[in-house]
Design a protein around this ligand. Structure first.
Ligand code: PMP
Length: 426
């Protein structure tokens, strides 16, 4: 079967709306570490996927899943040590206040639970999110996933705040940088939610603002916004689906860079290296109140096989010191991107944290005109040359680079050399 035939079969049963990466979609059949292999045996450097956090098909995780699957897989209405051990271990990775865990299967579900917890415990309905955010695909969560505006429209309880844009700053058509402007927007949103009778239940933020374009956020930005929301009776929900589990290099969690401990944290993607595991970590008082009011049960969430996979991921992160690797290799890669920026006019800005970085492409550095079409060509040309990345941002002009955590300096050098060649040939 050719790739074209598989594509046709897929269109017929899944439709053309189901997204595929690249102008020439990839037919991937195998993964190992930071490498993916297509049906023709060609190898690609994976510089995009954060789900295979400790590397594709890590043997320790594979073995843990296989071993537990051969012994028992039920649900959480029986006692099992796996979930208890995992929840104890996971919460020990957080600030002391965040001491209780709920397990689920997707990031969308985790955010759904967090929104419900905030709403039930505060007695309010209003939610603040950022413009151009992505938080998932359920009905409630689609309301705050403003990057894909829901066709049904935003409910009266939603207030989307302009995300900071550290490159264009206050001049941005779609961005504010000055803390004063940002805080004024938060204040106004809280005031209007109160006035409308919705009240303020929560602010929910992706702590690395990935979809929004990975802006460098000034110190205190988030902490001061959270203070306003808390004063209005709401809680702070930190979405760690993308930055969590050590990816930023300097911290285990993205929120730790912003100097304020959240009330609720949501986790997903990297948690079990591809096995569908997600979670909500909350302050004990919130978790206890929620559990008393809502009977939360999830058929698959927290099952023994999922917990074995998630526990194995923590083992590997600790044994292989992958957070430190993210810091060291991230610095190396960012320095290399900065050198490429000296050489290629198209790169207007580079930024990032640990193994999550981006390069913003512009057709003219003075006007900062987004090079949207060129960015698409670069991403496709990288794929043609065997390196997988993607693109993000309001103008879809930021190269998104977020590899598995065992990414090495050597891998980073290959990524940089390929990008250099692609920009040269553009
Ligand atoms: N939050 C963020 C920040 C995400 O990036 C995603 C997935 N891209 C989600 C939530 C939703 O996770 P899932 O696809 O597992 O439902």
């Amino acid at each position: 079967m050719t790739t074209a035939e598989l594509l046709e079969r897929r269109f017929r049963v899944l439709g053309r709306g189901s997204p595929l990466f690249y102008d020439q979609p990839l037919h991937i059949v195998r993964g190992a570490g930071v490498w993916l292999y297509d049906a023709d045996g060609r190898r690609y450097l994976d510089a995009y996927n954060n789900v295979p956090h400790v590397g594709h098909c890590h043997p320790h995780v594979v073995e843990a899943i296989a071993r537990q699957a051969s012994v028992l897989n039920t649900h959480t209405r029986y006692l099992h040590e796996g979930i208890v051990l995992y929840a104890e271990r996971l919460t020990s990775w957080f600030d002391r206040e965040l001491s209780m865990a709920f397990l689920a299967c997707t990031g969308s579900e985790a955010n759904e639970i967090a929104l419900r917890m905030a709403t039930v415990c505060s007695g309010h309905r209003g939610i603040l999110c950022t413009k151009f955010a992505y938080h998932g695909n359920t009905t409630a969560v689609a309301q705050i996933s403003t990057v894909l505006p829901p066709p049904e429209g935003l409910g009266p309880h939603i207030r989307a705040i302009t995300a900071p844009d550290s490159y264009r700053g206050a001049r941005a058509a779609n961005g504010v940088l000055s803390p004063a402007a940002w805080l004024a927007e938060i204040e106004a949103a809280c005031a209007s939610l109160k006035e409308s009778g919705q009240g303020v239940a929560a602010i929910l933020i992706d702590t690395i603002l990935s979809s929004e374009g990975l802006p460098a956020i000034p110190a205190e930005f988030v902490a001061r916004a959270v203070a306003i929301v808390r004063a209005a009776g709401g809680v702070y929900i930190a979405d760690e689906v993308q930055p969590g589990f050590g990816r930023t290099g300097t911290h285990k969690w993205g929120y730790q860079r912003h100097g304020v401990v959240p009330d609720i944290v949501t986790l997903g993607k990297p948690m079990a290296n591809g096995h569908p595991v997600s979670g909500v970590i909350a302050r004990a008082e919130l978790a206890t109140e929620f559990a008393a009011k809502v009977m939360y049960f999830n058929t698959f969430g927290g099952n023994p096989v999922s917990c074995a996979a998630a526990n194995a991921v923590l083992d590997v992160l600790e044994r292989e010191r992958l957070q430190e690797n993210a810091r060291v290799v991230g610095e190396h890669a960012l320095a290399g991107l900065e050198r490429l920026m000296q050489k290629h006019e198209l790169i207007g800005d580079v930024r990032g944290h640990g193994l999550f970085f981006g390069a913003e492409l512009v057709t003219d550095r003075r006007s900062k005109t987004p090079a949207t079409a060129e960015t698409r060509r670069v991403v496709n040309a990288m794929r043609e040359r065997g390196v997988l990345i993607s693109r993000i941002g309001v103008h879809d002009n930021i190269l998104k680079i977020r590899p598995p955590m065992p990414f090495s300096n050597e891998n980073a050098d290959l990524l940089l050399a390929t990008l250099d060649d692609v920009l040269q040939a553009l």
